[in-house]
Design a protein around this ligand. Structure first.
Ligand SMILES: [Zn+2]
Length: 105
């Protein structure tokens, strides 16, 4: 009779230990899986701003036509993300024109 009770207690203790172990294992797994995916997913998807987007030829950034700086060159509108990029583009263009015209003449 006494041994039966002892066995029952031992089994009970073992069960509770196993359950604790399992829950701690599952618990740690759950927390490790819970990563911040919301911010990563948000960044990976390219957001299209209303209206057309154009590529800045200087830095390669895509800018919406509504916020871009424009420069009309040879009848075509070229869009820039900033004044700095527009300056750079115009400077490099002037240099190219000088390089082409200088050795020819
Ligand atoms: Zn730019």
């Amino acid at each position: 009779m006494l041994t039966r009770i002892l066995w029952f207690l031992i089994v009970l203790i073992l069960f509770s230990l196993v359950r604790k172990l399992l829950s701690s294992l599952l618990g740690s797994r759950k927390t490790s899986n819970r990563r911040r995916t919301s911010s990563g997913a948000f960044q990976s998807q390219p957001r299209t701003i209303s209206g057309q987007t154009y590529k800045d030829p200087v830095c390669g950034t895509y800018i919406a036509s509504s916020i871009a700086l424009t420069e009309r060159i040879n009848g075509a509108d070229i869009f820039f993300c900033s004044e700095e990029c527009r300056k750079k583009y115009l400077e490099s263009r002037n240099q190219q024109q000088n390089d082409i015209s200088a050795p020819g003449e």
